[in-house]
Design a protein around this ligand. Structure first.
Ligand code: ADP
Length: 252
């Protein structure tokens, strides 16, 4: 049984068809890449999965539930989390506090209790603190817990953003170009990090990435889109030698 299923999804922005009858299935535990040239519709697909956009046509199923057109918070509560192309860490908060924001989103604390610091809230806050620290430990970032998040080196900020996404306990994690702007060593560390969280957190990961070394290095299956349509799908060796892919993407 697939965990995510996109059935003939279409997204139009006025006269522009950004995604055109796109279908894909992800199995639980899979690490699958979505690649394609700039403007081919990758981020729009992530935005449809996470409810930022409703599909113009077609359906999206998560865990056998129709989530097409549901609101982003409903979809997040069902177990889908994501990161964005541009790092979105909270300025002025340290590493631990950034992860605690992720826990807050999951626990949905009553804001009045939080402002009044009522006992129930304080107990919840302590629990979140412990959980956030444990999460940082499991991704080997706990030594940075009290550092300002935005002062971390770039590669660590990316990892922290992923850790924060994990704090909501997702079953499916969508990563939008996590290696963008990374040097080869940072990209290498990110690859190890992604493989580590895939195993440790019992996740399914859908990954948009331009750095081919990262995609080919860790993703057993790759889906390629061009002009909003799927043009190829398969293992890295098959994708690398596919003439349509070379023409659309790798040859540029
Ligand atoms: P990719 O992530 O592959 O670079 P996108 O999904 O961002 O591609 O964009 C696909 C196409 O849809 C592009 O032509 C882009 O300009 C267009 N597009 C994306 N979002 C919007 C929007 N909100 N309004 C209008 N056009 C959009």
């Amino acid at each position: 049984m697939s965990i995510l299923s996109l059935n003939s999804v279409v997204k139009r922005f006025g006269g522009l068809t950004a995604v055109n009858k796109f279908s894909a299935e992800l199995q639980p535990g899979e690490l699958c890449a979505l690649i394609g040239p700039n403007g081919s519709g990758k981020t729009t697909i992530f935005n449809i999965i996470t409810g930022v956009y409703a599909p113009t046509n077609g359906k999206v199923f998560f865990d056998d539930r129709d989530i097409s057109g549901k609101k982003p918070n409903e979809i997040a509560n069902l177990g889908i989390s994501r990161t964005f192309q541009n790092i979105r860490l909270f300025k002025g908060l340290n590493v631990l506090e950034n992860v605690m924001v992720g826990h807050h989103l999951r626990l949905k604390s009553d804001p009045i209790s939080a402002i009044l610091q009522l006992p129930g809230y304080m107990a919840e806050d302590r629990k979140m603190h412990t959980e956030a620290y444990e999460l940082l430990e499991s991704v080997n970032l706990s030594h940075l817990a009290d550092k300002q998040a935005t002062a971390l080196p770039y590669g660590q900020q990316r990892k922290l953003e992923i850790a924060r996404a994990l704090a909501t306990h997702p079953k499916l994690l969508l990563l939008d170009e996590p290696a963008a702007g990374m040097n080869p060593q940072e990209a290498e560390e990110l690859m190890e990090f992604i493989l580590h969280i895939l195993k440790t957190f019992d996740l399914t990961i859908f990954l948009i990435e331009h750095q081919m070394r990262v995609v080919m290095g860790i993703c057993p299956r790759i889906i390629v889109i061009d002009h909003g349509e799927q043009i190829a799908e398969g293992a890295p060796e098959l994708i690398q030698n596919n003439p349509r892919v070379i023409e659309a993407y790798l040859g540029v």
